[in-house]
Ligand binder design. Structure first.
Ligand code: IMP
Length: 447
């Protein structure tokens, strides 16, 4: 009997976050062919604002399926701050029943947030500051891999819970008083009994549920957080986040088999930005072009207001991310911002660092990244177009778009070997050009 499986559509960032992933996820989450939305990595360090016709939503941890009334899952690969879940749920007073959290997901506890700040202070002295979101992400994953973390489902395993809490409080004895106080067993157990009462209904096994839905022909959107170059293993270590953010982690981070991840879309900004520390290739923050992109693109951190550092689009890195994630398509964002320059550059080669052009890597050593001299191509831009002009062009169709823009898109596609499916021309949801319709491939059954 041939069975028609649903599609697993994964959205991941390609650069250092802030590529505009939120908008691309919204685009797909709102489609009628998406039945379920799930997060698979990170925690409340992600963030996007969704503006619908009626409301504005700010999400850090909840999957964007909540906005569109779709069953929404937080996978086991995430670290979950239940207090923040409660806060974010106030935006959805009638939709709490849509949210489900993996029983295997690790909990973010109060001491994780204190430790996040403490670690950053120590790193600052050595110019190793990561510029974290201070949401306790690294320390929560630390407790997870040290095997004294508390999983959501452990709240209902009294014996193990008591032993783990005891271990935690002994382990952190030598730490600053604030940390010691935060891991007091009585304090933690009090928190846990409160959470047990509020969140029991959300307990689930994401692996079983999502596999079942896929086997019933339902399409699942896997909403990535952070980005490929921030990935714990494959990004710029130690200036990265503490989870795996690549496509493969949508499988390990929810418990579904990898072959279910049939559509793999990488989000690429038309230039590069980065918050926090760490080297970036081809940084241009200190020249007028960089300042223009920073100002016009609103490249300032959402929580701290810190200016994001800017560099040119790095196609070597994009090709690396394409290989690593097995990307099937690209969503290219913020091309309207690039139009504010007369001409711009694109990195096509690294001088001083050998890379196999067919199987590109990204330098693992910070000293190599700092040493690289980027080889760039200079391209003419398409100029500043009003929202109205972009709308008109969209109505007329892709052939009517400026030739400079079409050449830029073709150059990227030729370089990385996969199609650009979506092009972002402005901040709002409608300012997106769909070049290839994913929907047409959705009805094709998986092998
Ligand atoms: P953490 O994930 O809070 O530990 O922060 C680690 C690094 O990842 C820092 O440089 C953060 O600025 C960056 N980061 C984490 N989440 C995001 C995101 O959603 N967008 C952009 N950068 C992020």
């Amino acid at each position: 009997m041939s069975q028609k499986y649903g599609k697993g559509i994964v959205i991941v960032g390609v650069q250092y976050g802030d590529e505009g992933k939120g908008k691309i996820v919204d685009h797909y989450a709102s489609k009628s062919y998406i039945d379920v939305v799930t997060r698979f990595n990170g925690g409340a360090n992600a963030g996007h604002t969704i503006v619908t016709n009626k409301e504005k939503y700010a999400l850090n941890l909840l999957p964007s399926g909540m906005v569109y009334g779709k069953p929404s899952y937080i996978g086991n690969g995430c670290v979950v701050d239940l207090e923040r879940v409660k806060e974010e749920l106030t935006q959805f007073p009638t939709k709490h029943h849509l949210l489900h959290i993996s029983e295997r997901a690790q909990l973010v506890l109060p001491h994780h947030k204190i430790l996040d700040q403490y670690q950053e202070k120590m790193k600052q002295k050595r110019t190793l500051e990561v510029g974290t979101t201070k949401r306790g992400i690294g320390p929560a994953y630390h407790d997870k891999s040290s095997r004294f973390g508390i999983r959501f489902g452990d709240l209902w395993d009294e014996e193990l819970l008591k032993q783990q809490v005891d271990l935690l409080s002994e382990y952190y004895q030598g730490f600053p008083l604030e940390v010691v106080n935060a891991v007091q067993p009585s304090h933690l157990m009090g928190l846990f009994s409160k959470w047990k009462a509020s969140f029991k209904r959300m307990l689930c096994d994401t692996g079983v549920i999502l596999s079942k839905k896929l086997s019933q022909g339902k399409n699942v959107l896997f909403e990535g957080a952070q980005s490929t170059l921030l990935d714990l293993d494959h990004g710029v270590y130690p200036f990265n986040t503490s989870s795996n953010c690549v496509v493969a982690s949508a499988s390990t981070g929810t418990g579904i088999a990898p072959h279910n991840l049939t559509e793999r879309i990488g989000v690429v900004k038309a230039y590069t930005s980065r918050v926090g520390g760490g080297p970036i290739i081809s940084e241009i923050s200190d020249i007028p072009e960089g300042e223009t992109l920073q100002k016009e693109g609103g490249e300032f951190g959402t929580s701290t207001g810190r200016p994001r550092r800017i560099s040119w689009l790095d196609l070597v890195a994009v090709k690396y991310a394409t290989r690593l994630n097995g990307l099937t398509g690209i969503a290219l964002t913020k091309i309207d911002i690039l139009g504010h320059l007369k001409e711009f550059e694109v990195v096509v080669e690294y001088e001083g660092y050998e890379i196999d052009p067919d199987f590109p890597s990204y330098p693992m050593r910070i000293s190599d990244i700092k040493r690289i001299i980027p080889v760039t191509e200079i391209l003419p831009s398409w100029g500043i177009l009003s929202s109205e002009s972009w709308r008109e062009l969209k109505l007329k169709g892709w052939d009517s778009f400026p030739s400079e823009l079409k050449s830029f898109i073709k150059m990227i596609e030729d370089y990385i070997g996969i199609p650009i499916l979506l092009v972002g021309t402005g901040p709002s949801r409608s300012e997106l050009i769909e070049r290839n319709d994913l929907e047409s491939s959705i009805s094709v059954p998986s092998p």
